[in-house]
Design a protein around this ligand. Structure first.
Ligand SMILES: *Cc1c(COP(=O)(O)O)cnc(C)c1O
Length: 402
């Protein structure tokens, strides 16, 4: 069985991404199963007491407890690391567990963080509310303004934290420039890559130090489980993240890891088709509504940058329907195929009103500052026929007189 192991670097080193997504990280058990095995076990047994002692002392390879290691979770971690081109990866229970661990594992009171202004709502809560509680200062900057990153650096700046494309403003931040500024000052850059996934964008290739994921989104891709992941160098994962992760326990369940392993098998296919569909739908909406924000459209302010650092623009975009909440909610209520749902990265088309849902917890002033207005809607375009999605949107737009 070993000969075809997806964990053997001698075998995986020449595999291309689509192959890694199906086979990377797989390790067959003694039974030779085709599909990855699901190890639902919280603990492990030892032949002799001396083996237990040796394993705890780190003198013997093997697993001790599923908060620390699990064969199914490890297969997922290896697969994501291979797709990302990272030396190592650690999975977490949710995307937010990944973001929290990626930040807290390396920060102490007295440190300073610079973060992009347009962040996922809970990520903004981390930077604005949680970190300051522990004496960690944060400055938020316009992520698309490279000079603003440089200007925000202080002697105690430890981390740059941003997402690109950003949720839900679809700002595209310049990975190479921002990670370059971080490197120059000895700052660790942490990139939330949930919108693109390694299938479309690999931040490490542009100089990022740490890449963190909500695997709940495109990696599962079918709206089933929550999961997260953190990728980086072996030194960062083993020496900085693991002490925090092992002792605080944001561990991913083996079952959810198994579901995401299955999701990754089709990631490449799904994200490419959904990106094609999103472009078609975005083109239909452009001209029909006040504004469409999609990095795949030439009208997007960072269209050229997106084309440089992303293979395709992804399944998600935002639009301004014109008017206010009445029009935005009216459009949602007029939909028959597209679901009203705040999730993204699903194979179903889903639409949400960020100001009253995902970004409701953000101060109104901060919302408006990044462009989350009452007439903004976010659309995740799924795997349905794009023409059916377009017809549904057309009908809903007509219902509000557009
Ligand atoms: C969804 C999301 C998260 C949080 O992930 P969960 O799995 O819901 O905890 C973080 N960042 C971005 C960009 C997201 O879209």
């Amino acid at each position: 069985m070993k000969r075809r192991s997806g964990q053997d670097p001698a075998i995986t080193k020449n595999w291309r991404p689509a192959t890694l997504a199906v086979r990377g990280g797989s390790a067959r058990s003694e039974w030779g199963e085709t599909s990855e095995a699901l190890f639902l076990t919280s603990g492990y047994c030892y032949d002799r007491a001396e083996d237990a002692a040796a394993r705890f002392a780190g003198d013997q390879q093997g697993m001790t407890y599923s908060r620390l290691q699990n064969p199914t979770v490890e297969m997922l971690e290896k697969r994501i690391a291979l797709l990302e081109g990272a030396e190592a990866c650690r999975a977490t229970a949710t995307g937010m567990a990944a973001m929290t661990a990626a930040l807290l594992c390396q920060l102490s009171a007295g440190d300073h963080v610079v973060a992009g202004k347009a962040l996922f709502g809970s990520c903004r809560w981390l930077t604005d509310t949680l970190l300051p509680k522990f004496g960690i200062e944060t400055t938020t900057v316009e992520a698309t303004d490279n000079d603003a990153w440089e200007a925000a650096v202080r002697p105690n700046t430890k981390v740059f934290f941003f997402e690109t494309p950003a949720n839900p403003t679809m700002d595209v931040a310049d990975l190479e420039a921002i990670c370059g500024i971080a490197k120059k000052h000895g700052i660790v850059s942490v990139v939330d890559n949930a919108f693109a996934t390694p299938a479309l964008q690999r931040p490490l290739e542009f100089g990022a130090d740490v890449v963190a994921y909500s695997a709940t989104k495109m990696m599962d891709g079918q709206g089933r489980v929550l999961a997260g992941a953190i990728c980086g160098t072996e030194d960062f994962i083993l020496n900085t993240l693991l002490p925090f992760h092992r002792n605080t326990g944001p561990t991913l369940s083996a079952f959810n890891a198994w579901v995401v392993l299955k999701g990754l098998e089709t990631l490449d296919l799904r994200i490419r088709r959904q990106s094609e569909n999103a472009l078609k739908v975005a083109k239909f909406l452009e001209g029909r509504v006040a504004k469409v924000l999609y990095p795949g459209l030439e009208s997007h302010p960072q269209y050229a940058l997106a084309a440089k650092q992303m293979e395709m623009a992804g399944p998600i975009f935002s639009l301004y329907v014109g008017g206010g909440r009445k029009e935005a909610h009216g459009l949602l209520n007029g939909l028959e195929l597209v679901d009203i749902s705040n999730n993204i990265g699903d194979s179903r088309s889903l639409m949400t009103h960020p100001a009253s849902t995902t970004h409701f917890g953000m101060a109104e002033e901060a919302r408006l500052e990044v462009g989350i207005t009452e007439d903004m809607l976010r659309l995740n375009v799924g795997l349905e026929d794009a023409d059916d999605v377009i017809e549904d949107l057309d009908r809903a737009l007509k219902s509000i007189g557009r």
